[in-house]
Design a binder for this molecule. Structure first.
Ligand SMILES: O=P(O)(O)OC[C@H]1O[C@](O)(CO)[C@@H](O)[C@@H]1O
Length: 580
């Protein structure tokens, strides 16, 4: 069982030292013991073996030569609904692509896609359907889970969001002191934060969306670090602020402590009864929503068949974004995602953008041995795309066992990172150019929403940006690998969801081929469990001066020093809120 060495640097002025401690985690701690099935792993199939052998041929070719083959390059270009994918800079020949289609067949990829759309419980370890596609389905669509068409429920919530967000925006829903609620703080973490933040960042530069957002602020509170609370409430008035608590489970420690902190912020300013007008919730767990003190009528539901990291098209993203930009803008991007869903479901693999992206990821990771992937949008509006896809991809496919619980003899998952171009060129591109081979996704936008032309300049500012978008892949092509996604002049607020849906399905394709469950996340439970143990220890040490015990030597040493250095914190401090 492989150890996952990690290290953290606890360098805190309170401790006047920089000390690192290493802990070895056993990543399979929480995998539920499932019946070891005798299913064949994909690596035991002939197409996998053929691709392994083919790798030797590929290593003898040079991308420079492949790029000179016009017919090859032309056949590696695909477009759909304003997206143009050029994957000719991949270290692959037409024979490679054919072999990948055979691998897809061996993985029953088409059948698995069909099973997902038909609502089968493909998330077998949690016994759930996987139907985030239903969140953006047209009102008259029929998508079943457990024999029930879920689309009417989806639209009941969307209609409720439309109604509520319009009331808040037009001032017919006001706060406890009768003032309109012009600012929103959305509390959530992981999938309850990263997707909505990505879309918000993209819409902030869209002139139409900006017009709708005039006079309003939307902020996101994710980290339990009180600095994040302070930053979020800085300059805001509780009288004109609406807090949206976003949590699929309504149990996530960070989110619930932040929710209690902001409930205190509101109550201490406006009285306890103000919570009813200043706090609403998004969750699947309406019982815990009510127990927290939020009226269930002010809760916006979603369902277990929506994974947290796939939930941006549920009330998780739609509510905060509708409050900020209006439901009509949000409804448009749901349509963008839905268009990709239909494409993914029905397009033949050779024209199917998410399938091609997913198969090429498997090729890079499992055959060429390139575990990392750089996501490089040449658009500052997409600055939060890579952080969102990090969770979608790495929490989905960062697995070590097959969906049947069989330890994998190959690595699954990709190490995703990225920054907008051209910023990355002045940061980590040197390593990609001359250090390691890292497959790159270059994403370009044809028309900027913010055109700037200066007299006397050779090109517009957007063309300056795009000069790099076109240059970098060629600079890398000689020896490295890159894909290019060119977004045509679709309006900005359609792009986030076409990209988002394309990458959601890309990750799904990878998981289907690797034979893993991309829709559970048992691996993160260990950390939550250990944090609970430390939390209890800190409380016992601070309130009853109990010595640190039950931890390994390193953690005991650091915890003891932390407690000593922060011993001036009173055991029972008064309620303290940020001072900013
Ligand atoms: O929406 P919740 O239930 O608060 O969970 C937040 C996040 O925590 C995780 O469960 C673990 O990181 C994610 O899958 C999820 O998006």
């Amino acid at each position: 069982m492989p150890f996952r060495p990690s290290h953290s640097l606890l360098d805190c002025e309170l401790l006047n030292l920089a000390s690192a401690f290493c802990q070895l985690q056993l990543p399979f701690f929480f995998i539920p013991l499932v019946e070891m099935a005798s299913t064949t792993l994909i690596c035991d199939t002939q197409p996998w073996k053929d691709l392994k052998a083919h790798t030797e041929d590929i290593k003898k070719t040079h991308l420079r030569d492949l790029m000179n083959d016009k017919e090859r390059c032309e056949s590696m270009m695909v477009e759909f609904d304003g997206m143009f994918l050029d994957y000719s800079r991949q270290c692959a020949t037409l024979e490679t692509i054919d072999k990948l289609y055979k691998l897809a067949e061996a993985a029953s990829l088409k059948q698995q896609i069909n099973r997902m759309y038909s609502g089968e419980h493909i998330n077998s370890t949690e016994n759930r359907s996987v139907l985030h596609v239903a969140l953006r389905a047209p009102r008259d669509a029929v998508i079943n889970s457990d024999g029930k068409n879920v689309v009417p429920d989806v639209w009941n919530v969307l209609d409720k969001i439309k109604d509520f967000s319009e009331k808040v925006r037009n001032g017919s829903w006001v706060g406890a002191t009768g003032k309109p609620l012009k600012d929103v703080i959305a509390i959530g973490i992981g999938g309850s934060f990263l997707g909505p933040l990505f879309v918000h960042a993209a819409l902030q530069t869209d002139p139409e969306a900006v017009e709708f957002a005039k006079g309003r602020q939307l902020r996101f509170l994710a980290n339990v670090d009180p600095i994040d609370v302070a930053r979020n409430i800085a300059g805001l008035n509780p009288e004109t602020t609406l807090v949206v608590v976003v949590s699929k489970t309504f149990t996530t420690a960070e989110t619930m402590l932040n929710a209690r902190t902001l409930r205190e912020w509101i109550s201490s300013a406006l009285g306890p009864s103000a919570v009813a007008k200043h706090m609403v919730a998004v969750s699947t767990n309406l019982t815990l929503v009510e127990k927290f003190g939020i009226d269930p009528n002010n809760a916006f539901a979603f369902w277990d068949w929506v994974g947290g990291r796939y939930s941006v098209c549920s009330a998780v993203g739609v509510l905060p974004l509708s409050l900020q930009y209006g439901f009509s803008i949000v409804e448009k991007f749901l349509k963008g995602a839905s268009s990709i869903d239909e494409h993914f479901r029905s397009a033949p693999f050779e024209k199917n953008i998410p399938v091609l992206l997913g198969l090429l990821s498997v090729w890079n990771v499992s055959f060429l041995g390139y575990p990392a992937r750089a996501i490089l949008p040449y658009s500052q509006a997409l600055e939060k795309f890579a952080p969102h896809i990090q969770q979608v991809s790495m929490e989905s496919n960062g697995k070590g066992v097959s969906i049947d619980g069989v330890p994998l003899p190959y690595e699954a998952g990709e190490i995703d990172f990225g920054e907008p171009g051209t910023n990355g060129q002045h940061s980590f591109y040197q390593l990609i150019h001359q250090g390691r081979v890292i497959p790159c996704d270059f994403i370009g936008i044809v028309k900027s929403q913010q055109p700037v032309y200066l007299k006397g300049e050779v090109v517009s500012n957007h063309d300056e940006l795009m000069s790099n978008f076109f240059a970098q892949p060629d600079a890398l092509a000689y020896g490295k690998t890159a894909e290019q996604l060119l977004k045509e002049n679709v309006s900005q607020h359609l792009i986030p969801h076409k990209l988002l849906a394309s990458y959601e399905h890309r990750v799904t394709v990878e998981g289907f081929v690797w034979g893993i469950n991309s829709f559970d996340q048992w691996g993160v439970e260990l950390g939550k469990s250990l944090a609970t143990q430390v939390r209890k220890q800190l409380n016992a040490s601070r309130t009853k001066s109990e010595p640190v015990e039950g931890f390994n030597f390193s953690t005991t040493t650091l915890l003891t020093r932390y407690l000593q250095a922060s011993s001036d914190i009173p055991a029972e401090p008064p309620t303290l809120l940020p001072r900013i």
